[in-house]
Structure formats: structure tokens, C-alpha cells
Ligand binder design. Sequence first.
Ligand code: GLN
Length: 304
Amino acid sequence: MPAISRLQPEQLEIWTAQAINRSLSGQMPAYIPLLVQADRQKFAVQIRAIDGGFLGLGNADQIFPLMSVVKPFVLLYLLCELGEIAVFEKVGWEPSELPFNSLTQLQIDQGQPRNPMINSGAIALASLIPGENAVIRCQNLFHWLNQQAESELFVDELMLDSVKANPNQNNGNLALEMVKSGVIQDAEIALATYNRVCCLSGTVEDLAKLGMLLVNRGDRTISEHGRTVKALMATCGLYEASGRFAVRVGLPTKSGVSGAVLSVIPGQGAIACYSPPLDKEGNSVGGLFLLEQIAKSLRLSVFE
Ligand code: GLN
């Protein structure tokens, strides 16, 4: 039985209550109007194990946008579709030391995105997704994901309107800088695709199912590239907090500004959380707290 299946529902309930409490110290992201309006107290978690078992708690029906949690899956899709050479021609694989949307970081790196888990890297990868426009590119991605993971992701058009209504100057500047450096050709389609894929939405169940793509060993191509994706999640997934989290928790993890967070327990399962308030690095306060409790008590760190 995978260690993750030993988790007791009563224990999960206690940690979840503590996580909700802690999350209240976090901040809501100010720059996407619909995200600021999210209910701070919402909390959902689902844990799925490789033996088919799962355990969930909280607002199971709550739909939320993946935001940056989609980044590992854009990477996985492109590795499977285009291969490693095409992908790592566009993005690096080293951790970044500045915030996820930092233009300075991109400029330090001469316009080459440091890794696929920060905005510049994901915008560069969005420009590689096959399809003649942003709608088709996003569709190609999520149809593939839904088929592989048996998830039910869809584009939340209201969220996308909200993202577009408040054009993110930061991301625009990142795209222009990458046009200058020759990493992307067309800033407009890259950004439109990026914004759309960030608005792919679902429940913690959908997110945990996506996580299982990086656990199951069924498909050889996915499992081959899954190793790369997990390594980059572990080293870059939580931005400037990635090193600290690797020491404390030791699981490949990716967060999003919506409060979504996903950890993969290689060979065992996946844990998906949703709790909107964020810490200063832009990671879910309650989500990271809960992951730490679970990983420590079950000794799930990949470095054990
Ligand atoms: N769409 C968001 C942005 O570009 C995603 C960032 C995130 O989730 N950290 O800012």
C-alpha cells in the first residue's frame, strides 16, 4: 500500500482546520479582479493514490482557474509533442531568484527565460503550442490533458475576461523583451495563448487527476518526460521559495496565483489543494501548510 494511503481522514480534518486558520494571514492577488473577489475561506483538498484510493475534504465542487499550475502541463504536452530539443531551445532549466513575473530576471538572462515555471518561460512555451490561434492552441492542450488524465478542464471565459480587462503590463513587457531577444516571434498570440491556458479551470479532483499523469507509468512517453517535469517542479515550481520547500517538504510542487497547488508523490500519488490567500512569493499559505503536515508525518519527501 502506498504510504499516502495511510493518511487518516480525522488527521486530515485537523490539519485542514489549521490550514484554513493560517491562510487568513495571506493576501489575495490584487491584479486579477475576479481572483480578488474569491472567498478567502474556501478550502479544498484531494489526495489520489496509485492504487485507486482517494480522500477529499472541503469544497469539492469549487471551480478555480489553474493559473500557473498549468505550467508543468504545458511543458509536459510540448515535450511529448515536440521533444526536448525544441522545448529547451526556448527555455532554460535553472531556478530563478526573482518573482515569477520579473522583467529584471529576464533582462539579467538576456531575454532567455530562466525556466518554464515562471511567466516568461510559460509565455515562451505558449508560443510553441501548435494551432493557428490562441483558442485552437488552448483547445489542443486541454483536449490532450483531459484525454490523458480523464479530467474535465474547461476555459473559464469570465475569468479570462477579467484577466484581459486588466491587461497585465508585466506579462506584456516580458513578451516584448522575448520578441527582442528572438525567443518568440509574435507577442500577441503568445500572450493570448498564455492567458487562455492560465484560465483552464476545474476542481481539486481535476487537478489531482492531472497530477496522476506524473505518477502513473502507463504511457512511456509521458513517464519519460514526466521525470523532467517533476525535476523542474521540485527546483522551480514555487519560485523563490522552491529551495526552502524542497528541504521542508521534498515533493515536486507547483502553485498558482488562484491559490491552487499540486504536489506529486513519485510512484505513489498526488495531492491537490485550493486555498486562495497567498504568501509573499505568491504561493497558497494554507495549501503549503497542509502539504508540509502530510509530507512530514508520512515521510513522503523524495529525499528521505
Ligand atoms: N496568469 C497569472 C499571471 O500571469 C499566472 C501567474 C501565477 O499563477 N503565478 O500573472
